[in-house]
Design a binder for this molecule. Structure first.
Ligand code: GCO
Ligand code: MG
Length: 403
Protein backbone atom coordinates (compact mmCIF):
# COMPACT_ATOMS: atom_id res chain seq x y z
CA UNK A 1 0.00 0.00 0.00
CA UNK A 2 1.16 3.56 -0.74
CA UNK A 3 0.07 7.03 0.35
CA UNK A 4 -1.27 8.95 -2.68
CA UNK A 5 -2.73 12.06 -1.04
CA UNK A 6 -2.39 14.09 2.18
CA UNK A 7 -4.88 16.93 2.46
CA UNK A 8 -5.35 19.50 5.23
CA UNK A 9 -8.95 20.50 5.94
CA UNK A 10 -9.65 23.61 8.02
CA UNK A 11 -13.20 24.16 9.22
CA UNK A 12 -14.99 26.28 11.78
CA UNK A 13 -18.34 24.77 12.78
CA UNK A 14 -18.46 27.11 15.81
CA UNK A 15 -14.71 26.97 16.45
CA UNK A 16 -11.66 26.19 14.31
CA UNK A 17 -10.48 22.62 13.69
CA UNK A 18 -7.58 21.41 11.55
CA UNK A 19 -7.75 17.86 10.16
CA UNK A 20 -5.29 15.86 8.07
CA UNK A 21 -6.77 13.30 5.68
CA UNK A 22 -4.36 10.71 4.25
CA UNK A 23 -5.49 8.57 1.30
CA UNK A 24 -3.86 5.38 0.03
CA UNK A 25 -3.75 3.78 -3.44
CA UNK A 26 -6.12 1.12 -2.07
CA UNK A 27 -8.72 3.78 -1.34
CA UNK A 28 -8.33 3.68 2.46
CA UNK A 29 -8.38 7.04 4.23
CA UNK A 30 -7.16 8.03 7.67
CA UNK A 31 -7.88 11.17 9.72
CA UNK A 32 -5.71 13.01 12.25
CA UNK A 33 -6.47 16.09 14.39
CA UNK A 34 -3.93 18.96 14.20
CA UNK A 35 -5.89 21.70 15.99
CA UNK A 36 -3.76 24.16 17.97
CA UNK A 37 -6.21 26.62 19.49
CA UNK A 38 -5.44 30.23 18.53
CA UNK A 39 -2.42 29.31 16.33
CA UNK A 40 -4.17 26.95 13.89
CA UNK A 41 -2.69 28.17 10.60
CA UNK A 42 0.90 27.64 11.74
CA UNK A 43 0.17 23.90 11.89
CA UNK A 44 -1.71 24.04 8.57
CA UNK A 45 1.40 25.46 6.89
CA UNK A 46 3.71 22.98 8.65
CA UNK A 47 1.61 20.11 7.32
CA UNK A 48 0.70 21.45 3.90
CA UNK A 49 4.05 23.02 2.96
CA UNK A 50 6.56 20.78 4.73
CA UNK A 51 5.05 17.39 5.64
CA UNK A 52 2.36 16.42 3.11
CA UNK A 53 4.76 16.30 0.11
CA UNK A 54 7.07 13.93 2.05
CA UNK A 55 4.25 11.47 2.72
CA UNK A 56 3.40 10.75 -0.92
CA UNK A 57 4.61 7.29 -1.93
CA UNK A 58 5.30 6.07 1.64
CA UNK A 59 3.95 2.78 2.98
CA UNK A 60 1.22 3.87 5.47
CA UNK A 61 1.89 0.77 7.59
CA UNK A 62 5.32 2.14 8.62
CA UNK A 63 3.95 4.35 11.40
CA UNK A 64 6.96 4.31 13.74
CA UNK A 65 9.44 4.87 10.92
CA UNK A 66 7.40 7.80 9.55
CA UNK A 67 7.06 9.28 13.04
CA UNK A 68 10.81 9.04 13.70
CA UNK A 69 11.73 10.51 10.33
CA UNK A 70 9.39 13.50 10.83
CA UNK A 71 10.63 14.07 14.40
CA UNK A 72 14.35 13.49 13.92
CA UNK A 73 14.45 14.62 10.31
CA UNK A 74 13.12 18.09 11.11
CA UNK A 75 16.13 18.58 13.44
CA UNK A 76 14.09 21.39 15.15
CA UNK A 77 12.44 19.17 17.70
CA UNK A 78 9.42 19.48 19.94
CA UNK A 79 7.10 22.45 20.36
CA UNK A 80 3.33 22.52 19.90
CA UNK A 81 3.31 23.31 16.16
CA UNK A 82 5.70 20.51 15.20
CA UNK A 83 4.14 17.97 17.54
CA UNK A 84 0.54 18.75 16.51
CA UNK A 85 1.55 18.24 12.87
CA UNK A 86 3.30 14.94 13.62
CA UNK A 87 0.33 13.87 15.76
CA UNK A 88 -2.04 14.29 12.83
CA UNK A 89 0.13 12.06 10.64
CA UNK A 90 0.51 9.44 13.39
CA UNK A 91 -3.23 9.21 14.12
CA UNK A 92 -4.18 9.15 10.42
CA UNK A 93 -1.75 6.25 9.88
CA UNK A 94 -3.11 4.32 12.87
CA UNK A 95 -6.60 4.93 11.48
CA UNK A 96 -5.52 3.43 8.12
CA UNK A 97 -3.73 0.47 9.73
CA UNK A 98 -6.77 -0.39 11.84
CA UNK A 99 -9.12 -0.02 8.86
CA UNK A 100 -6.85 -2.28 6.80
CA UNK A 101 -7.05 -4.85 9.61
CA UNK A 102 -10.84 -4.39 9.83
CA UNK A 103 -10.53 -3.66 13.56
CA UNK A 104 -11.33 -0.75 15.87
CA UNK A 105 -8.01 0.88 16.78
CA UNK A 106 -8.11 -0.14 20.46
CA UNK A 107 -7.73 -3.77 19.35
CA UNK A 108 -4.32 -2.95 17.84
CA UNK A 109 -3.29 -1.22 21.08
CA UNK A 110 -3.66 -4.43 23.08
CA UNK A 111 -7.43 -4.64 23.28
CA UNK A 112 -9.80 -3.34 25.94
CA UNK A 113 -8.52 -3.13 29.52
CA UNK A 114 -11.96 -1.98 30.74
CA UNK A 115 -15.57 -1.93 29.61
CA UNK A 116 -15.93 1.83 29.30
CA UNK A 117 -14.06 5.08 29.85
CA UNK A 118 -14.98 7.28 32.85
CA UNK A 119 -14.99 11.01 32.20
CA UNK A 120 -15.17 14.27 34.08
CA UNK A 121 -17.27 17.24 33.02
CA UNK A 122 -16.93 20.97 33.61
CA UNK A 123 -19.18 22.78 36.10
CA UNK A 124 -18.78 26.49 36.67
CA UNK A 125 -20.61 29.47 38.08
CA UNK A 126 -20.01 33.10 38.92
CA UNK A 127 -21.48 32.44 42.37
CA UNK A 128 -22.54 29.41 44.42
CA UNK A 129 -26.18 29.13 43.20
CA UNK A 130 -25.01 29.25 39.57
CA UNK A 131 -22.24 26.72 40.32
CA UNK A 132 -24.62 24.33 42.11
CA UNK A 133 -27.02 24.45 39.12
CA UNK A 134 -24.14 23.67 36.81
CA UNK A 135 -23.03 20.71 38.97
CA UNK A 136 -26.61 19.38 38.97
CA UNK A 137 -26.76 19.59 35.17
CA UNK A 138 -23.55 17.57 34.85
CA UNK A 139 -24.80 14.99 37.36
CA UNK A 140 -27.98 14.63 35.30
CA UNK A 141 -25.82 13.81 32.27
CA UNK A 142 -24.26 11.04 34.34
CA UNK A 143 -20.76 12.50 34.75
CA UNK A 144 -19.06 10.47 37.49
CA UNK A 145 -16.61 13.30 38.34
CA UNK A 146 -16.92 17.07 38.08
CA UNK A 147 -14.42 19.89 37.62
CA UNK A 148 -15.33 22.96 39.66
CA UNK A 149 -14.41 26.46 38.36
CA UNK A 150 -15.80 29.51 40.09
CA UNK A 151 -15.99 33.28 39.88
CA UNK A 152 -13.94 35.24 42.41
CA UNK A 153 -15.52 38.25 44.16
CA UNK A 154 -14.08 41.45 42.71
CA UNK A 155 -12.95 39.88 39.41
CA UNK A 156 -14.93 40.39 36.19
CA UNK A 157 -13.85 37.23 34.40
CA UNK A 158 -12.08 34.04 35.46
CA UNK A 159 -10.82 31.09 33.39
CA UNK A 160 -13.46 28.43 32.85
CA UNK A 161 -16.42 30.46 34.13
CA UNK A 162 -19.09 31.39 31.59
CA UNK A 163 -18.27 32.33 28.00
CA UNK A 164 -15.74 35.09 27.47
CA UNK A 165 -17.03 38.33 26.00
CA UNK A 166 -16.79 38.49 22.19
CA UNK A 167 -13.27 39.30 21.04
CA UNK A 168 -12.87 42.99 20.17
CA UNK A 169 -11.79 43.66 16.57
CA UNK A 170 -9.04 46.02 15.38
CA UNK A 171 -9.83 48.57 12.62
CA UNK A 172 -9.15 45.95 9.91
CA UNK A 173 -11.71 43.62 11.48
CA UNK A 174 -9.07 41.19 12.80
CA UNK A 175 -10.01 40.01 16.31
CA UNK A 176 -7.92 40.87 19.37
CA UNK A 177 -7.63 38.61 22.43
CA UNK A 178 -10.19 39.21 25.16
CA UNK A 179 -8.51 40.60 28.30
CA UNK A 180 -9.44 38.84 31.56
CA UNK A 181 -8.42 39.97 35.06
CA UNK A 182 -6.79 38.23 37.97
CA UNK A 183 -5.97 38.62 41.68
CA UNK A 184 -4.18 35.62 43.18
CA UNK A 185 -4.77 36.62 46.83
CA UNK A 186 -8.53 37.00 46.27
CA UNK A 187 -8.63 33.60 44.50
CA UNK A 188 -6.68 31.85 47.26
CA UNK A 189 -9.01 33.27 49.93
CA UNK A 190 -12.14 32.34 48.02
CA UNK A 191 -11.51 28.88 46.56
CA UNK A 192 -11.47 26.80 49.80
CA UNK A 193 -14.83 28.33 50.81
CA UNK A 194 -16.28 27.20 47.46
CA UNK A 195 -15.09 23.61 47.95
CA UNK A 196 -16.47 23.59 51.48
CA UNK A 197 -19.87 24.70 50.12
CA UNK A 198 -19.81 22.17 47.25
CA UNK A 199 -18.92 19.32 49.62
CA UNK A 200 -21.71 20.20 52.03
CA UNK A 201 -24.22 20.46 49.15
CA UNK A 202 -23.19 17.36 47.18
CA UNK A 203 -21.70 15.09 49.86
CA UNK A 204 -18.35 13.45 50.49
CA UNK A 205 -18.30 10.93 47.64
CA UNK A 206 -18.49 12.96 44.42
CA UNK A 207 -15.01 13.18 42.84
CA UNK A 208 -14.18 16.90 42.45
CA UNK A 209 -11.41 18.45 40.35
CA UNK A 210 -10.07 21.95 39.92
CA UNK A 211 -7.87 23.64 37.29
CA UNK A 212 -5.63 26.49 38.56
CA UNK A 213 -4.48 27.08 34.93
CA UNK A 214 -0.79 27.77 35.66
CA UNK A 215 -1.45 30.84 37.85
CA UNK A 216 0.30 30.17 41.16
CA UNK A 217 3.84 30.21 42.54
CA UNK A 218 5.05 26.97 44.17
CA UNK A 219 4.48 28.39 47.67
CA UNK A 220 0.96 29.54 46.79
CA UNK A 221 0.18 26.17 45.19
CA UNK A 222 1.52 24.26 48.22
CA UNK A 223 -0.67 26.32 50.52
CA UNK A 224 -3.74 25.90 48.31
CA UNK A 225 -3.22 22.14 48.06
CA UNK A 226 -2.95 21.94 51.86
CA UNK A 227 -6.05 24.06 52.41
CA UNK A 228 -8.05 21.92 49.98
CA UNK A 229 -7.04 18.64 51.66
CA UNK A 230 -10.19 18.46 53.84
CA UNK A 231 -12.30 18.39 50.64
CA UNK A 232 -10.42 15.38 49.19
CA UNK A 233 -10.02 16.57 45.59
CA UNK A 234 -9.59 14.03 42.80
CA UNK A 235 -6.92 16.47 41.58
CA UNK A 236 -5.59 20.00 41.45
CA UNK A 237 -4.52 20.71 37.87
CA UNK A 238 -1.77 22.95 36.46
CA UNK A 239 -1.20 24.62 39.82
CA UNK A 240 2.06 26.28 38.67
CA UNK A 241 3.30 27.20 35.16
CA UNK A 242 3.79 23.73 33.70
CA UNK A 243 7.11 24.34 31.98
CA UNK A 244 8.94 24.46 35.33
CA UNK A 245 9.11 20.85 36.51
CA UNK A 246 11.23 21.73 39.57
CA UNK A 247 8.36 23.85 40.98
CA UNK A 248 6.39 20.68 41.64
CA UNK A 249 8.94 19.47 44.21
CA UNK A 250 7.98 22.25 46.59
CA UNK A 251 4.26 21.77 45.93
CA UNK A 252 4.48 18.00 46.41
CA UNK A 253 6.45 18.41 49.60
CA UNK A 254 3.68 20.48 51.10
CA UNK A 255 0.44 18.78 50.17
CA UNK A 256 -1.11 15.38 49.54
CA UNK A 257 -3.80 16.83 47.26
CA UNK A 258 -3.30 14.82 44.04
CA UNK A 259 -1.70 16.78 41.21
CA UNK A 260 -2.32 16.70 37.44
CA UNK A 261 -0.28 18.40 34.75
CA UNK A 262 0.65 18.13 31.07
CA UNK A 263 -1.87 19.65 28.66
CA UNK A 264 0.77 22.05 27.30
CA UNK A 265 3.50 19.38 27.14
CA UNK A 266 4.66 17.96 23.80
CA UNK A 267 7.12 15.19 24.63
CA UNK A 268 8.16 12.79 27.35
CA UNK A 269 11.09 15.11 28.16
CA UNK A 270 8.62 17.62 29.67
CA UNK A 271 7.61 14.92 32.16
CA UNK A 272 10.95 13.34 33.05
CA UNK A 273 11.35 14.66 36.61
CA UNK A 274 7.61 14.77 37.24
CA UNK A 275 7.28 11.05 36.59
CA UNK A 276 10.55 9.60 37.88
CA UNK A 277 10.30 11.61 41.12
CA UNK A 278 6.57 10.88 41.37
CA UNK A 279 5.74 14.59 41.63
CA UNK A 280 2.37 14.18 39.89
CA UNK A 281 -0.47 11.68 39.92
CA UNK A 282 -1.98 12.26 36.46
CA UNK A 283 -0.39 12.95 33.05
CA UNK A 284 -2.71 15.24 31.05
CA UNK A 285 -1.39 15.43 27.50
CA UNK A 286 -3.65 15.36 24.45
CA UNK A 287 -3.06 12.93 21.60
CA UNK A 288 -3.26 16.03 19.37
CA UNK A 289 -0.43 18.01 21.00
CA UNK A 290 1.90 15.19 21.99
CA UNK A 291 2.81 13.78 18.57
CA UNK A 292 -0.02 11.25 18.41
CA UNK A 293 -0.96 7.85 19.75
CA UNK A 294 2.53 6.31 19.37
CA UNK A 295 4.38 8.64 21.80
CA UNK A 296 1.42 9.04 24.19
CA UNK A 297 1.22 5.27 24.54
CA UNK A 298 4.94 5.21 25.37
CA UNK A 299 4.46 8.00 27.92
CA UNK A 300 1.66 6.15 29.68
CA UNK A 301 3.68 2.92 29.77
CA UNK A 302 6.61 4.85 31.29
CA UNK A 303 4.28 6.60 33.76
CA UNK A 304 2.75 3.26 34.80
CA UNK A 305 6.08 2.21 36.32
CA UNK A 306 5.71 5.14 38.76
CA UNK A 307 1.97 4.76 39.48
CA UNK A 308 1.15 7.86 37.46
CA UNK A 309 -2.15 7.54 35.58
CA UNK A 310 -3.49 8.83 32.28
CA UNK A 311 -5.90 11.75 32.08
CA UNK A 312 -6.01 12.79 28.43
CA UNK A 313 -6.83 16.44 27.75
CA UNK A 314 -10.30 16.72 26.19
CA UNK A 315 -11.60 20.30 25.95
CA UNK A 316 -13.81 21.57 23.08
CA UNK A 317 -10.72 22.53 21.06
CA UNK A 318 -9.69 18.88 20.61
CA UNK A 319 -11.72 17.84 17.55
CA UNK A 320 -13.84 14.67 17.50
CA UNK A 321 -10.91 13.11 15.59
CA UNK A 322 -8.54 13.81 18.50
CA UNK A 323 -11.21 12.72 20.97
CA UNK A 324 -11.78 9.41 19.14
CA UNK A 325 -8.04 8.67 19.21
CA UNK A 326 -8.00 9.43 22.95
CA UNK A 327 -10.92 7.12 23.70
CA UNK A 328 -9.29 4.16 21.90
CA UNK A 329 -6.12 4.72 23.93
CA UNK A 330 -8.09 5.17 27.18
CA UNK A 331 -9.82 1.84 26.67
CA UNK A 332 -6.52 0.04 26.04
CA UNK A 333 -3.94 1.34 28.55
CA UNK A 334 -3.80 -0.34 31.94
CA UNK A 335 -3.01 2.82 33.92
CA UNK A 336 -6.07 4.77 32.74
CA UNK A 337 -7.10 7.46 35.24
CA UNK A 338 -9.91 9.53 33.75
CA UNK A 339 -10.81 11.26 30.46
CA UNK A 340 -11.79 14.93 30.25
CA UNK A 341 -14.89 15.25 28.07
CA UNK A 342 -16.39 18.63 27.24
CA UNK A 343 -18.38 17.41 24.20
CA UNK A 344 -18.91 19.36 20.96
CA UNK A 345 -21.67 21.44 19.38
CA UNK A 346 -24.31 19.60 17.29
CA UNK A 347 -22.88 21.21 14.12
CA UNK A 348 -19.37 19.94 14.95
CA UNK A 349 -20.83 16.47 15.45
CA UNK A 350 -22.39 16.70 11.97
CA UNK A 351 -19.09 17.69 10.36
CA UNK A 352 -17.29 14.87 12.21
CA UNK A 353 -19.61 11.86 12.50
CA UNK A 354 -18.14 9.47 15.03
CA UNK A 355 -18.58 5.95 16.31
CA UNK A 356 -17.64 6.81 19.90
CA UNK A 357 -20.55 7.19 22.27
CA UNK A 358 -21.12 9.07 25.52
CA UNK A 359 -23.57 7.30 27.81
CA UNK A 360 -24.09 7.83 31.55
CA UNK A 361 -20.88 9.85 31.81
CA UNK A 362 -18.79 7.18 30.09
CA UNK A 363 -17.25 7.02 26.63
CA UNK A 364 -16.78 3.99 24.40
CA UNK A 365 -14.88 4.11 21.07
CA UNK A 366 -17.37 1.83 19.28
CA UNK A 367 -16.54 -1.07 16.98
CA UNK A 368 -16.10 0.73 13.62
CA UNK A 369 -12.76 -0.12 11.97
CA UNK A 370 -10.05 2.52 12.54
CA UNK A 371 -10.69 5.42 14.89
CA UNK A 372 -14.31 5.53 13.69
CA UNK A 373 -14.67 9.13 12.46
CA UNK A 374 -16.01 10.34 9.09
CA UNK A 375 -15.36 13.90 7.94
CA UNK A 376 -18.12 15.57 5.89
CA UNK A 377 -15.89 17.71 3.67
CA UNK A 378 -18.76 19.57 1.99
CA UNK A 379 -20.22 20.67 5.31
CA UNK A 380 -16.70 21.48 6.56
CA UNK A 381 -16.13 23.74 3.53
CA UNK A 382 -19.40 25.56 4.26
CA UNK A 383 -17.89 26.71 7.58
CA UNK A 384 -14.55 28.34 6.73
CA UNK A 385 -11.74 29.32 9.13
CA UNK A 386 -12.29 32.34 11.35
CA UNK A 387 -9.32 34.02 13.07
CA UNK A 388 -9.66 33.80 16.84
CA UNK A 389 -7.47 33.98 19.96
CA UNK A 390 -7.34 32.63 23.46
CA UNK A 391 -7.73 35.38 26.11
CA UNK A 392 -4.85 37.13 27.84
CA UNK A 393 -4.86 37.72 31.58
CA UNK A 394 -3.82 40.88 33.45
CA UNK A 395 -3.41 41.68 37.14
CA UNK A 396 -5.38 44.60 38.44
CA UNK A 397 -2.42 46.98 37.92
CA UNK A 398 -2.27 45.93 34.27
CA UNK A 399 0.64 43.45 34.46
CA UNK A 400 0.30 40.43 32.16
CA UNK A 401 -0.16 37.21 34.16
CA UNK A 402 -0.30 33.54 33.14
CA UNK A 403 -3.53 32.51 31.43
C1 GCO B 1 -8.53 22.04 30.21
C2 GCO B 1 -7.77 23.18 29.63
C3 GCO B 1 -8.44 23.92 28.51
C4 GCO B 1 -7.45 24.89 27.86
C5 GCO B 1 -7.73 24.99 26.40
C6 GCO B 1 -6.82 25.97 25.67
O1 GCO B 1 -8.19 21.64 31.31
O2 GCO B 1 -9.40 21.54 29.51
O3 GCO B 1 -7.20 23.97 30.60
O4 GCO B 1 -9.61 24.53 28.91
O5 GCO B 1 -7.54 26.14 28.45
O6 GCO B 1 -7.58 23.73 25.82
O7 GCO B 1 -7.04 25.92 24.31
MG1 MG C 1 -6.50 22.47 32.06
Amino acid sequence: MKIVDAKVVVTSPGRNFVTLRITTDEGLTGLGDATLNGRELAVVSYLRDHVAPLLIGLDPHRIEDTWQSLYRGAYWRRGPVTMAAIAAVDVALWDIKAKAAGLPLYQLLGGASRDRVATYGHASGRDLPELFDSVRQKLELGYPAIRIQTGVPGLRTVYGVGGSAAAPADPTGHPRPVVEDWDTAAYLRHLPTVFEAVRSEFGAELPLLHDAHHRLTPVQAGRLGKELEPYRLFWLEDCTPAENQEALRLVRGNTVTPLAIGEVFNTVHDYQALITEQLIDYARSAVTHFGGISPLRKLFDFAAQYQVKSAVHGPEDISPVGMAAAVHLDLAVHNFGIQEYAGHTPLTEEVFRHAYTFTDGHLHPGEAPGIGVELDEELAAAHPYKPDYLPVNRLQDGTVHDW
